[in-house]
Design a protein around this ligand. Structure first.
Ligand SMILES: [Zn+2]
Length: 367
């Protein structure tokens, strides 16, 4: 225990200024070690928030809300923007039993599904749960001399109604909605873009110790999740200890889930070359061993061609005239998420490498 390790994401002249941080804590496993099969839970980056069901939950600005609210009817505006309540039994969705989804009238986020709707007899559309708990936010409401839980759209803040604890099983909750806050789409109908889940893509990068690589990618706009793990080795569910022994052949890899509408795969590749040193074989700074090799693991032919083109271009540049790029380009094998204590390591410990993130973003062509 207590092995002194110098942990630096990378030290790469001119682009990344990364102060090597001496960690007195051991990077070897403390106590129980485990590997998990499924990708770990979503870690929202500062730029894009994504719900567990895959929808963009990034908060709309006041200007964006105002622009959308301008298109509402007076009643929709009164309910959603002025926290109004429509009279009981007057909304068009009270006695409504078609199969489909109810979306936010302001921003289009899917909020409730017909499979969770029930007749409460109250005169307002009632549901026992939202389609995704993350899509509806609850906040205390002390108006009218009562204490109630107001529900608002998690993306645009539109007032929707209230939630009470007198609903049916299995939740025992009653989400009491205003019809004016909702737009219904019948099952099978074509939904507008704002009502569809994000089409996320996945990329894999190995650039030495995954702590710093994961942290750097989590700062890149359009990246919704970065996970540390092990890839392209010979065994299943490897532990950190096994990987560090060099016996399994895995590389410390970061799985990047991204929104291609915001950031392209090519930009990810360029960013990758800006945050690590691709010229040292089986080594990254003070970390030596095949698990620290520089590699891009592509998921399809399109990614392979992009990565190959970028590498060819960089290799021909002055920057790499004296020091050839040794980054391996291989098909992606199974990705094994690392133990939980490795995830978000830099963010959790504050042992941040002082990346010049702006320089890396410029290198990636991201404004
Ligand atoms: Zn909304």
């Amino acid at each position: 225990m207590g092995r002194v390790v110098v942990a630096a994401a990378s030290v790469f002249a001119g682009v990344v200024v990364c102060l090597a941080v001496v960690l007195l804590a051991s990077r070897t496993a403390r106590g129980k070690e485990r590997s998990v099969q499924a990708t770990t839970g979503s870690k929202a980056s500062s730029s894009v928030r994504v719900s567990p069901s895959g929808y963009d939950l990034t908060s709309l600005s006041a200007e964006q809300v105002a622009a959308r609210a301008a298109a509402l009817t007076p009643e929709q505006y009164r309910v959603t923007q002025r926290r109004g309540t429509e009279p009981a039994f007057c909304g068009n969705l009270v006695d409504h039993h078609q199969d489909g989804v109810y979306t936010c009238v302001v921003c289009g986020l899917p909020l409730f599904g017909s499979e969770h709707k029930f007749d409460s007899g109250t005169g307002w559309p009632s549901f026992f749960q939202p389609v995704d708990a993350a899509h509806v936010r609850e906040q205390p409401d002390y108006s009218l001399g009562m204490v109630r839980s107001e529900i608002v759209c998690a993306r645009c803040g539109a007032h929707l109604g209230h939630v009470f604890d007198d609903g049916p099983p299995p939740t025992g909750r009653r989400y009491c909605l205003n019809s004016a806050a909702l737009v219904f789409f019948e099952a099978g109908a074509t939904l507008p873009p704002e009502s569809r889940p994000l089409q996320l893509a996945t990329a894999y990068f190995a650039g030495g110790c995954f702590w710093g690589v994961e942290y750097a990618f989590s700062l890149l706009p359009g990246v919704v999740d970065a996970t540390s793990g092990y890839q392209n080795g010979r065994s299943e569910r490897p532990t950190y200890r096994e990987v560090c022994s060099g016996e399994t052949g895995h590389a410390e890899t970061v799985q990047v889930r991204f929104d291609p509408a915001t950031v392209s795969y090519e930009q990810l590749v360029r960013f990758f070359f800006a945050i690590h040193d691709p010229t040292t074989l089986d080594r990254q700074g003070p970390d030596v061993g095949s698990q620290y090799r520089s590699a891009i693991f592509f998921v399809d032919e399109g990614q392979r061609q992009v990565a190959e083109r970028v590498i060819r271009e960089l290799a021909a540049s002055d920057r790499f005239a004296q020091r050839p790029i040794v980054t391996a380009l291989e098909p992606a094998g199974p990705f094994w998420p690392a133990e939980e204590y490795h995830q978000d390591y830099v963010a959790k410990t504050g042992r941040a490498c002082h990346l010049d993130i702006q320089a890396a973003l410029r290198a990636a062509g991201v404004e």
